[in-house]
Design a protein around this ligand. Structure first.
Ligand code: BJW
Length: 248
């Protein structure tokens, strides 16, 4: 049965050592960062194709930047929640006893702010920018003076995130794929599984290792050992606490 108690019991019995947490927008929902899909998702008001593509940026860089600035301001106001903190604490607690990889589709940086260290950001980071000519890449934490911002080299700056039709950072993806195929516990937290190739990482996880944490049904539920229909802030802390306990 898909209960938190059963999942905890299984973790205590099997004592997983190689843990991957694969997160999506839902892990930050309880921090007040909107998700992409679903009733309150970002795509309800804005179409992805209008804003998160290279074509959209070429067509209307100002509109795309205004959307990103709105999101950046929401993320600046947000704080990591109990799920982010528990994942960071588990990584530190397991340092010499296991391996903990945090693979995230999120661009909000909240896992790093919570203290996670081995973080693989598959879709980039919203507080980093690069120039459209692809020569310069740097952090831009504050709002730009002008929108759209321009690089010293004269070309437009864009958020250093992965838009539809663009390749994921290859080294980051390879590291995530390697960790996924070696996992003995693969936690899927707060993702709809709608976007590839990120969602395909779960197919690399060895059979019977997936625990899906999401209040809604997901495609991972069908293959998961446990599908916990709960929020991240409620279910992640007891699950990772069990991992730490099992290895103590
Ligand atoms: C809670 C909760 C709570 C709520 N607790 N949970 C194979 C099949 C079909 C299509 C493709 C395919 N392979 C590639 C494609 C095309 C495309 C794609 O996947 N399209 C699909 C939409 C159909 N993929 C791409 O284009 C990718 N690139 C690519 O394939 O390149 C090929 C290439 C190779 C070589 C050279 C050139 C090209 C790139 C994908 C980039 C995705 N980018 C975005 C935007 C990032 C920047 C930004 O933030 O603006 O990434 S789109 C958006 O979706 C964002 C997210 O990271 C990603 C995933 O969304 P996520 O995290 O799952 O969020 P939601 O909203 O969907 O779900 C939230 C979940 O949380 C829900 O389930 C809720 O229930 C749950 N939840 N509250 C826990 N409290």
């Amino acid at each position: 049965m898909n209960t938190l108690d059963n999942a905890i019991r299984w973790i205590l019995e099997t004592r997983p050592r190689r843990i991957v947490a694969f997160t999506g927008a839902g892990v930050s929902a309880e921090s007040g960062v909107p998700t992409f899909r679903g009733a309150t998702g970002l795509w309800k008001e804005y179409r992805a194709e209008d804003l998160a593509t290279p074509e959209a940026f070429r067509r209307d860089p100002r509109l795309v930047w205004e959307w990103y600035e709105w999101r950046r301001s929401k993320i600046r106001e947000a704080e990591p929640n109990a799920a982010h903190h528990a994942l960071a604490a588990a990584e530190i607690a397991l340092e010499s006893r296991g391996r903990f990889d945090l693979v995230t589709q999120n661009v909000d940086g909240l896992h790093v702010r919570a203290g996670s260290r081995r973080v693989h950001e598959l879709h980039g980071n919203i507080f980093r920018v690069r120039c459209a000519a692809n020569r310069h890449r740097f952090d831009m934490l504050e709002p730009p003076g002008e929108i759209p911002p321009v690089c010293d080299c004269g070309s437009l700056l864009r958020p250093d995130v992965v838009w539809f039709g663009e390749a994921l950072p290859s080294e980051t993806f390879s590291q995530a794929a390697e960790a996924s195929s070696g996992a003995d516990l693969f936690l899927v937290i707060g993702t709809s599984g709608a976007v590839y190739p990120a969602a395909g990482l779960a197919q690399l996880a060895p059979r019977g290792t997936i625990v899906d944490i999401n209040p809604d049904e997901t495609p991972f539920g069908r293959v998961a050992r446990f599908a916990l229909r709960d929020t991240a802030a409620a279910a992640v802390p007891p699950i990772v606490q069990a991992v730490v306990e099992a290895l103590s």
